[in-house]
Design a protein around this ligand. Structure first.
Ligand SMILES: Cc1cc2nc3c(=O)[nH]c(=O)nc-3n(C[C@H](O)[C@H](O)[C@H](O)COP(=O)(O)O)c2cc1C
Length: 408
């Protein structure tokens, strides 16, 4: 079982197990406070056998995930962790969250927009809970884990960052913003949730259905693992089936991006000199050759790019095509807060546009045209000079990941 590590909120390390094939539709499993990712082991295996790619995480401060030095265990920090993980997954997952895990998912999806997940399963996780019961359940989780022998290390401070009243209000609001297919599961003998709180939640979420599982309490996913797995699989097959994803005009932009990501590209760094001579640049894979006579190429730049004004003002720019060893360079020019040129070996030729040394190819261009299209501008250049390296392999980009050439 391969282990994955994610960078969470403020850079803390989040441990995860992965099951199944990464190309398959993803299910992300989030345990409750006081539990470990191993809680989900049986569910994860059942899901992988049914053709899902499963990522099962430890919450911050739990198991193999890092204990944050700043002691942050508030809902915002947990939500920040989840959003960082979602950004790294190759497809929009169905999120299954138990108890606190469900709260985190509700807040992230209700407040962050519908595009970041394809479905939601909330396991005994209503916004409204009785604070006294919550304390009891905290104790219970701990002794349950100890009894099962999969007791995990967790930071005892994890329960300190939550103001339950604030959370109830926040989660109720987030739940009413949810539009994605949602399954609400309750252990019929739950120590924490009431039937009324589950009914309220089912009414609040536009596309929700609820199921009660007999013979189980708050820890329904482990206490009645087989019944829980059956309910989960049935819901997934019916509501989020394993079909090739489809995009239709006007639906979510993440699916469109995933579709566009099926087109494999190389990776370039596009550079220019700002009016005061400072070199600027960004990573771009939207590079295309346009015409040989005259010799024209293009790149598309997001209007949000901080260096757009420099390209707007410049008369020249360069497109530097990266080789397989230049992934760190690509990252540097795609990340905020990096001094991009300080650690980059570069020179300029006749136009002053920064040319990165040691690339696969560098195209020096005179600006030909700049065309405003939607949320991007198309920057067209007339090539004045090119240097290229015929022997190295390119750095490739496909389905949101760097790749290398391989010939069978
Ligand atoms: C592989 C890859 C390809 C990218 N392609 C483009 C692109 O074609 N156009 C673009 O505007 N941003 C693209 N980006 C994103 C920018 O590099 C990134 O947003 C960068 O931080 C923008 O520069 P800024 O921080 O100065 O705003 C790409 C990022 C990566 C990792």
């Amino acid at each position: 079982m391969p282990e994955r590590n994610f960078e969470g909120f403020a850079g803390i390390s989040i441990a995860a197990d992965a099951y199944g094939q990464e190309e398959d539709p993803c299910v992300l499993l989030i345990p409750s406070a006081g539990q470990s990712r191993r809680t989900w082991h049986e569910a994860a295996e059942a899901l992988a056998a049914a053709g899902r790619y499963v990522v099962s995480i430890d919450l911050r401060g739990h198991g193999d995930s890092e204990r944050p030095a700043d002691g942050r265990y508030d809902l915002d920090a947990y939500v920040g962790d989840l959003c960082s993980i979602l950004a790294k997954l190759s497809s929009r997952p169905v999120i299954v969250g138990a108890s606190l895990g469900g709260w985190i998912a509700t807040a992230a999806l209700g407040e962050g927009g519908p595009d970041i997940a394809s479905g939601l399963v909330l396991v005994d996780s209503p916004p409204r809970i009785d604070p006294d019961k919550a304390r009891e359940v905290g104790q219970m989780l701990r002794s349950y884990a100890e009894r099962r022998g999969d007791s995990i290390d967790f930071d005892p401070h994890t329960f300190e960052g939550m103001d339950l009243e604030d959370i109830e209000e926040r989660l109720a609001k987030a739940a009413s913003a949810l539009k994605l297919p949602t399954l609400i599961v309750r252990g019929a003998q739950s120590e924490l949730s009431s039937l009324e709180s589950i009914k309220e939640l089912t009414v609040a979420i536009a596309d929700a259905e609820a199921v009660e599982i007999e013979g189980a309490g708050h820890l329904v996913a482990t206490e009645q693992a087989e019944a829980f797995n059956a309910v989960l699989l049935e819901f997934l097959e019916r509501r989020i089936p394993r079909e090739p994803p489809e995009y239709q005009a006007g639906s979510d932009s993440r699916t469109l991006r995933d579709a566009l990501g099926c087109f494999a590209t190389g990776v370039t760094v596009v550079t220019t000199a700002a009016p005061d001579g400072t070199p600027v640049g960004l990573t771009a894979n939207s590079f295309t050759s346009v015409s040989l006579e005259p010799e024209i190429l293009l790149v598309c730049l997001a209007k949000t790019a901080s260096c757009l004004s420099a390209f707007d003002a410049a008369e020249h720019f360069a497109v530097n095509v990266l080789h397989i060893g230049q992934q760190p360079l690509s990252n540097r020019f795609a990340m905020k807060g990096e001094d991009r040129f300080a650690e980059t070996d570069w020179e300029s030729w006749s136009t002053g546009a920064p040319i990165i040394k040691g690339t696969l190819a560098s195209f020096e261009c005179e600006k030909y045209q700049m065309q405003d299209v939607g949320d991007h501008v198309i920057l067209l250049g007339k090539v004045s000079r090119v240097r290229f390296e015929p022997r190295r392999d390119p750095l490739l980009y496909f389905r949101g990941k760097y790749r290398r050439l391989h010939f069978a």
